[in-house]
Write a protein that binds this ligand. Structure first.
Ligand SMILES: [Zn+2]
Length: 74
């Protein structure tokens, strides 16, 4: 899944995830799935980027082409 992402806060796990813009603008979609595969109901997603960013989302959005064999940085 590629395309523009937007950082929104999930009250489900209290972290800021990268959500695909295409999902957010999709009318009638109840569940939103973040880049890291975290998913939550739209009611739990808050339109703010304040808070701690999801580590996996940061990596996946910043390095979408990085191979799975890449050496972890942690
Ligand atoms: Zn995430």
């Amino acid at each position: 899944m590629t395309g523009p992402f937007i950082w929104w806060h999930s009250r489900y796990d209290d972290q800021v995830h990268a959500f695909p813009l295409a999902q957010i603008t999709e009318v009638g979609r109840g569940i939103l799935a973040a880049r890291c595969a975290h998913s939550a109901h739209r009611d739990l997603i808050v339109d703010t980027a304040d808070g701690m960013r999801c580590f996996r989302c940061v990596l996946l959005v910043n390095c979408p082409e990085s191979p799975a064999r890449a050496t972890p940085i942690w």
